[in-house]
Design a protein around this ligand. Structure first.
Ligand code: SAM
Length: 357
């Protein structure tokens, strides 16, 4: 997908080039977000007159669509409706356009046992649910476990946590609120829904005059890290900087020096990481290594095994340096449609801060 950034950048060769770059960029993001074809925001006149300029614009549109489809093979019906709609806005479809139409089958499909899923956070007062908010599309496996890991699919607690924290960001924009996060560390990120949705929401609020928000998504399993990086690339090749980074953190080892921050991360987030009682002390040590005096940690847990959950709660509550606040995440998210598969289990959110000395 390396070419898409170049293809979508405004080249600085005139007002028209900047406009078409902006439009194709927006088109690419809308396709990734699976915005319904009828609601796509396309200018009616972008390639209307058959001039040299419009031929160049059309090539940019074709390139944008190809770039997205190279990594994200949208459903066939969506693709053909989308192409028809775009074709209706072109003055004179050229060879590049017809190649795109016949190119339908050459995109890289999801690997066997994998699918693409789009997640969207809509701020509460939004009227236009399809267009507003932040969307990301993730490559994830369809089975509960694959390659010996649970990290290749997206779990309910992560979707709930992502929505809850994006609500928090939208209700107190990081840019204007001094307590908003400028650094976020995700542990056991899996497919990356929490960190990527947060990074997308922060990007929307970020102003180039401010320090760049830093979002780091981590996991330890090789296949999970490869898929996590693929998901960050899929969503960030087409998005403006700053982009999130992916890195390896294994809770059983000390925090890698290049990821340590003396003042800690503003937010440390993790979902569905409480499953193995033996790993819990290491998980807590990793959280503490990233938790500074002004940091907050948000850990969402699906309670599949009450004993494991009780062990985790005891560990947190008996720690002398921690202040622990527990919320019922399902109740916090009541009225939102978050449900996928774990609906029979409770989901709790622990918010952790350092006790003042
Ligand atoms: C149930 S999955 C949750 C994934 C993701 N947070 C979600 O909720 O969709 C648990 C995650 O913890 C990660 N994990 C397990 N043991 C780990 C360890 N020792 N260090 C770091 N990550 C670990 C797994 O690779 C996996 O991605």
């Amino acid at each position: 997908m390396a070419s898409s950034g170049q293809g979508l950048e405004s080249g600085g060769d005139g007002h028209g080039a900047g406009r078409i770059a902006e439009t194709t960029h927006s088109l690419a993001l809308q396709i990734l977000a699976a915005v319904p074809v009828l609601r796509l925001d396309l200018p009616a006149d972008w390639c209307q007159e058959a001039t040299e300029e419009s031929a160049r614009d059309q090539a940019a549109v074709v390139r944008a669509v190809q770039d997205v489809w190279q990594y994200y093979p949208a459903a066939a019906a969506y693709r053909s409706r989308l192409l028809k709609r775009i074709e209706g806005t072109l003055a004179e479809p050229d060879e590049g356009w017809y190649n795109l139409l016949s190119d339908g089958e050459s995109t890289k499909p999801a690997e066997p046992g994998f699918q693409f899923r789009t997640f969207r956070h809509c701020p509460a007062p939004s009227k236009d649910r399809a267009a507003a908010g932040t969307s990301i599309t993730l490559h994830e496996c369809t089975a509960l476990t694959q390659q010996g890991t649970t990290g290749l699919r997206t779990w309910d607690a992560a979707v709930m946590l992502a929505n809850h924290l994006c609500d928090t960001l939208c209700s107190s924009p990081a840019r204007t609120c001094p307590t908003g996060p400028s650094s976020i560390l995700e542990l056991g990120a899996g497919t990356g829904v929490v960190g990527l949705l947060l990074a997308g929401t922060l990007n929307k609020q970020w102003h180039p005059k401010d320090a760049q928000p830093c979002v780091v998504l981590t996991d330890y399993h090789e296949a999970v890290l490869a898929n996590l990086t693929r998901n960050a690339d899929l969503n960030w090749t087409l998005q403006p900087e700053p982009r999130p980074t992916c890195a390896s953190i294994d809770w059983r080892n000390p925090m890698p020096a290049h990821l340590a921050r003396p003042e800690g991360y503003d937010w440390v987030v993790a979902a569905d990481v409480v499953f193995d009682p033996q790993l819990l002390p290491d998980l807590l040590d990793t959280i503490l290594a990233a938790l500074g005096s002004k940091s907050r940690a948000f850990i969402a847990t699906t309670v599949r095994n009450p004993d494991t959950f009780a062990t985790w709660c005891n560990l947190l509550e008996s720690h002398p340096d921690l202040v622990v606040c527990t919320h019922d995440l399902r109740a916090l998210r009541a009225g939102h449609v978050d449900l996928q598969s774990d609906h029979q289990f409770d989901v709790f959110l622990h918010e952790l801060t350092r006790a003042s000395p």
